[in-house]
Structures are given as C-alpha cells and as structure tokens.
Write a protein that binds this ligand. Structure first.
Ligand code: NAD
Length: 462
C-alpha cells in the first residue's frame, strides 16, 4: 500500500520532535485537554468504529464496546483523574553524605513515540498504549495493523482529522511502511504482535538505542483441577477461549485437565458453548470470524481432525471456524507447538503436577496462565513455580480489565507492561535530581585522602 506519508516519515517525525521540543506537551493541563478531546472524538465516532470492526471480522458492537472501547475510555478517564498526581515531582530522602541538600524525582516524557498495533483488538491495541504516551507528555504516532484494514482506516480518519500531525498521527500501511517508519529515530517504540516480529522491532530499535515495550504472545496454559467448580470453570473458559473467535493473546490456549475431571469438563464445555453461542455458532451475531485466509489456513493446519470431539465445521468463504474442542492431545501434537490464536481448544490430561509444570517450564514463558481449583495449595504452587506474564485463579482473560494490574509478558511473551499507572511509567523517564545547598562544603571527599576521612566515609556511606 503506497501512502502519502511513506515519503514523509522523516518530515512527520521531525515535526513531532520540534513540537515536543517546544515544551507544549509538558504542560499537564494541555495533556488533560488533549485526552478529553481524544475521548470526545472517539465517543462521537462510535458508529464509524463499530461498522469498521464489523466489516473486518464481524465483531459485534457489544464486543467492540466491552473489549475495546470501554477499556480505552477507562484508561483515558483514569489518566485524566490521576495525571496531576502521577506527573508531580516526588521528594525522596537524602543520604548523609549529601546533606545539606534535598533529592527529588521528576517524571519527564520521553519524546516522540511510535505504537505499532496488532489486528486482533485493533482499537484497543493501537489506542490504549497512546493514552499513557500522551498522558505522560509525549507526542505519538500509531501504525495500526494492516490486517484489520477497515479499523485502521477508521482510526486514521478520526485521529488525523482531529489532531495536528505534529502531535498525534496515524500512519497506515503494511510491513514495508512499518519498516520504513522504523528507520526513523524514536524515543520509544511500543509494539504489540508476534514474538517473531518482536525480535525484528527490538533489533531495529537497538540501532538508535530506542527503548521498547514488546507485547507478544505465546501458549497460555489453563489448569483445571478435580476440585474446581466445574460449571463456572467451563463457562469462564468457554467465554475466554471463543471470545473474538479465539484471536485473543491471553486466551487459554489449551486445557490441562487433572485426571478424573476430563469427561465431566468436556460435557460442561459442550453445554456452555451452546448456552453462549447457540446450537450453531455460525448463526450467532456474537461469534467473530477469522481475520484472513492466511490465518484460517494456519489454524486448520494445526488441527488433527481425528481428535475433534466438539465442533469442527468450517467455511472458507466465510472465514468461519466453529468453536472446536480436541481431546486426547499430547504435548507432541502439532496443535501444541505454536500459539493457536483461533477457536480450537485442545485438552491435555495430566496426572503428575510436577512433571506438567516441568514441561511448561521447558517451553517459552507464557503470556498468561490460568488455574481453576478450589484448593489454594494448587494455585499457590503453580503461581510460585511457573514464570508467565499475568493470569488469574478461577477466571481467565479478565485480569487485563483491571487497570491496577500491570499488563505485559515476560521472556518470549514480551517485556515491559502497561495499563493504569504502569502505562504512564512505560512512557516516562524518572529524572533523579540532587539539589545541594551551598551553605557549607565539608572537605571529606577531596584529596588528600587521609585516614580520618576514610573512617568518616565508612560511617556515612555504609
Ligand atoms: P500483525 O500481523 O498485525 O502484526 C503486528 C504489527 O507488526 C503490524 O502493525 C504489522 O504491520 C507489523 N509487522 C508485521 N511484520 C513486520 C515486519 N517484518 N517488520 C516490521 N513490522 C512488521 O499481528 P500478528 O503478529 O499476527 O499478531 C499476533 C500475535 O500478537 C500473537 O502472537 C498474539 O498473541 C500477539 N498479541 C499480543 C498481545 C499482547 O498484548 N501481548 C495482544 C495482541 C496480540
């Protein structure tokens, strides 16, 4: 896709740098006005945003509100409310060696920021990171994913028509445009997408020593123990797995069912799929389609059709894959090698918890992990022993809706985090200042380095 901006990326980035250097964005009141304007622009364009995302992958207006817009509004409202507090300089204690003097930390914006979004929650993943970016006093450029093209157009239209490009701008395009954009020097890059591309982003950013936040993916396990509340567990897992057609970075990728519960769990999952999406999910207004033919084929290549016990119907023209459950799956199956990112739920039975934990730990660190149990010992052990981005006990996916919980991965599932105050921190440099009095100047740090000075230093510094 050839875009006008492509030839002008340098001009765009330079204009943002110039604007940032004018110090206008450092004014907290200015930032609050811009955030309010951003909220108004989104509110008054909800119909456009709804239509675009529906055209991309049949996402309903309800789901668009519940999983995209409401989170964005909440982040804006929170930032408006807390901004003055977050951006205040903070006084901290001063050590003996620096008395008389005072010490404080000044939160300062980083400068020109680039947010590269993924397609699966096109608004949420492109817009939620720029809220803290703007709140912290940066300028912002967004490059939404080209796969959710209508949503990308909608964001470009409403943001570029309402904000000055030198402050906040959307650049559209695909891989080539992203690559060209990455040649420019940014003060922060915030990337959401696959671990494979995450590596490219980090490597490119290293040319300018640009700090990166990487929100990546991975296989998120979901333990279900014998003592779990079966109905509620199945209901929550079915919702979390098939939400957005399974195209959710923190969806339970697969179930680890403790020996003894599997058959009952499968029966309950079946009930819940019908209860939530009806007898034929294809007719449900609430079931999202696969984003592209490439992803449709990628998902189906992972499936062993002999192991399907629920669902399995597909329609290539409609990019439809029925909510599908696979049984008798082992860690060696194709479906267990890569993140599924689609509506397929494999069930692996386990008997030995320690062995199962070891298998997970031998793989890349997951973005999320869920434990369904009524025994705190089980959840404590798992939370203690396995490293993963974040997760929930007796719930799935919902942890990301709590802005008090920093959201992000670890290792292959990402680095850095955002949401709430963590987002503000992500786009802020904390500048440490020692402000010293000139009333006295003790001779202790100066040569000659006498014995008594060393002894005194020991007292003051250790
Ligand atoms: P995608 O294809 O939309 O790519 C994301 C962005 O990377 C796009 O803007 C795209 O233009 C850009 N891109 C793609 N190839 C590139 C290249 N070679 N060089 C530079 N830029 C390039 O999204 P995706 O990669 O299919 O995303 C799916 C993955 O993202 C899954 O693994 C999922 O788990 C993960 N994800 C993570 C989160 C999170 O918050 N941690 C959220 C959503 C998705």
């Amino acid at each position: 896709m050839e875009t006008l901006e492509k030839t002008n990326y340098k001009t765009l980035v330079n204009s943002q740098l110039e604007y940032f250097n004018s110090n206008i964005t450092k004014d907290v009141n200015f930032r609050i006005v811009q955030l309010k304007k951003f909220r108004d622009v989104l509110k008054s364009n909800e119909t456009l945003l709804d239509k675009a995302i529906y055209d991309d992958f049949k996402k309903s207006s309800f789901e668009n509100y519940a999983t995209e817009l409401s989170i964005i509004y909440h982040e804006i409202n929170l930032a408006i409310k807390k901004l003055k507090k977050w951006s205040k300089r903070k006084r901290v204690g001063t050590n003996m060696a620096n008395l008389p003097g005072k010490s404080y930390i000044i939160p300062e914006p980083l400068g020109v920021t680039l947010t590269i979004g993924a397609w699966n929650y096109p608004y949420h993943l492109s817009l939620a990171p720029v809220i803290p970016a703007l709140a912290a006093g940066n300028t912002a450029i967004i490059k939404p994913s080209e796969l959710a093209l209508n949503s990308s157009h909608a964001m470009a239209k409403i943001i570029n028509e309402n904000f000055d490009a030198k402050y906040f701008h959307v650049v559209e395009g695909g891989v080539e445009e992203t690559k060209s954009l990455l040649k420019e020097k940014f003060d922060k890059i915030f990337y959401t997408g696959s671990s494979k591309v995450g590596k490219i982003i980090m490597k490119t950013a290293s040319e300018n020593l640009t700090p990166v936040t990487l929100e990546l993916g991975g296989k998120s396990p979901c333990f279900v123990f014998n003592d779990a509340n079966l109905k509620i567990s199945a209901q929550r897992i079915v919702w979390a797995k098939f939400l957005n057609g399974g195209q959710t970075c923190v969806a339970p990728d697969y179930i680890l069912a403790e020996k003894g519960i599997k058959e009952k769990l499968i029966a309950e999952i079946k009930n819940q799929i019908v209860a939530i999406l009806g007898d034929d999910p294809k007719n449900s207004e609430s079931f999202v389609r696969i984003i592209s033919l490439h992803h449709y084929n990628r998902i189906l290549q992972l499936v062993d059709f002999d192991k399907i016990i629920i669902g399995g119907k597909t329609d290539e023209d409609a990019l439809y894959i029925e909510p599908t459950v696979m049984d008798n799956v082992s860690f060696d199956d194709a479906i267990m090698q890569d993140e599924i990112f689609g509506p397929i739920l494999p069930i692996v039975e386990f008997e030995n918890l320690d062995q199962t934990i070891k298998i997970i730990k031998d793989r890349e660190k997951p973005l999320a992990l869920y434990v369904f149990t009524s025994n705190k010992k089980n959840s404590k052990k798992i939370l203690h022993e396995i490293s993963f981005g974040g997760g929930a006990v007796n719930e799935a996916v919902m942890h990301l809706a709590n802005s008090n919980l920093p959201f992000g991965g670890v290792g292959y599932s990402g680095m850095g985090s955002y949401h709430g105050k963590a987002g503000f921190d992500c786009f802020t440099h904390y500048k440490s200042i020692l402000d010293k009095s000139t009333m006295i100047e003790p001779p202790i740090k100066y040569a000659p380095y006498l014995d008594w000075k060393r002894k005194l230093l020991q007292k003051l510094l250790e």
